[in-house]
Design a protein around this ligand. Structure first.
Ligand code: UDP
Length: 246
């Protein structure tokens, strides 16, 4: 499974809100957002259809609100609104490059963006627009990782590309454990059984049930989105196992 793969036709890129932080501790750093947008646009120009699920952790996370005494569902809805803010910022950064982009939200906010309509999203991709899915799944108690798994399956993506700050999945935290080893390839079962911190278990299970490949890669390295969409050997691939793993 390791090594070059065929270039990908359609991908679902999962970006955490944190990627927009740049040097800041909160919110959106415009220069950082512009850099990601440039890379997305370049990968798109090379022929890959791109849909994005964006998180909201740079602005608000439901669990944080709940830990401060807020009702959990309300806190999660605030978190979902944070993802809409990020989606609009990304759309604006993408459209500076004369590439069309559409934001579709799982929660109706008609004045700002389209509602999520699967067939329409696919049509946008076919027409060469970058589609940004906002508001996660539209349900509290879920995460944008699960939204990424859901949307990737719905739009028939070839893979989910999960952008992180490390160059793949490790046996333990490489920051605290110098002996941690990096995997080139894993199966879904190993990720779940070993509780490897990749995406939440709901997202991994959904990918496993539908055999949706996941690439975990380091998005802080310039050019990595393009390498990933071209099928170059970077990061860690999570797929169905060759043996009895699944
Ligand atoms: N959220 C939610 N349902 C979803 C997706 C997101 O309730 O389907 C809320 C949840 O509160 C979460 C916040 O939105 O903490 C921001 O999303 P997430 O934490 O996944 O963002 P990321 O960590 O990727 O930036």
């Amino acid at each position: 499974m390791v090594g070059e793969r065929a270039p990908l036709r359609r991908i679902l890129l999962k970006l955490s809100g944190e990627v927009f932080l740049g040097p800041s501790e909160y919110g959106i750093d415009a220069e950082t957002a512009d850099r990601f947008a440039s890379e997305l646009v370049e990968a798109h120009r090379l022929g890959t259809q791109i849909a994005v699920v964006i998180g909201g952790g740079n602005i608000f996370r439901g669990v944080q609100g709940a830990s401060q005494g807020m009702d959990r569902s309300t806190a999660d809805y605030i978190g979902m609104l944070a993802t809409v803010i990020n989606a609009l910022a990304l759309q604006s950064a993408i459209e500076k490059h004369d590439i069309q982009s559409r934001v579709q939200s799982a929660i109706g906010i008609q004045a700002l963006c389209e509602p999520y309509i699967r067939r329409r999203a696919v049509r946008h991709l076919e027409k060469g627009r970058i589609v940004i899915f906002a508001a996660g799944t539209g349900n509290p108690f879920f995460t944008t990782d699960t939204a990424a798994a859901l949307r990737a399956n719905e739009i028939g993506a070839d893979a989910i590309m999960k952008a992180t700050k490390v160059d793949g999945v490790y046996s333990s935290d490489p920051v605290t454990n110098p002996d941690a080893t990096r995997y080139d390839h894993l199966d879904y079962r190993t990720v779940l059984n070993n509780d490897l911190k990749v995406m939440d278990a709901t997202a991994i299970s959904l990918c496993r049930e539908n055999q949706m490949p996941i690439l975990v890669f380091d998005m802080t390295v310039p050019g990595n989105i393009i390498s990933a969409t071209r099928g170059e050997p970077i990061g860690t691939w999570i797929t169905k196992g060759d043996g009895n793993g699944s």
